[in-house]
Design a protein around this ligand. Sequence first.
Ligand code: ZN
Length: 188
Amino acid sequence: MLPELLQTTNLFHLLYRIDIDLAEQQRKGGCPFCGGALHYSTYQRKPRGGPALPDDLYRRLSFCCANEKCRRRTLPASTLFMDRRVYFRAVILIVTTLSQTKPQKYSKNILSRMFGADRKTINRWLKYFQDIFPRSKLWKAIRGRLSSTVPNHHQPGSLVEYFLLHNQSLENAIINCLRLLATGLQTV
Ligand SMILES: [Zn+2]
């Protein structure tokens, strides 16, 4: 079941490993602004909604350019974090999916009690997926890699259902979906 998956530490460990791979790819490519070397400059966050995890998993992997004339910060793609939002990306994905696909069983009040996000926050996430996400470059990139049966609307629920259909386990489905949302690249 999707809600129980968010209580398994294994999911977050696997996502962290993917984030390390994504960061290493970025590091090898150098600074996107000047081509200079990238140095790790991670920072601590405290994303909500997951189980108790080791401190490493709360670190946002991040880079600082070593070129003194540049020094700009680069954020690699992340399956754990979604921009500046204070909840794990997996929590946002699963809460919005449950709200869309099983609104009777998972009312916003129930979801709010289960995951600690208030109704206003859940509504903001749903609004993002309803209004902004379908028009984003990211969705256009994802769209091109998926079957045309996945609709533009009812996101992210339709995307999650697609991955549940094409993966052996719930965990793999959510991980592959998160990777696609983080990078726009599909690896089913
Ligand atoms: Zn630079």
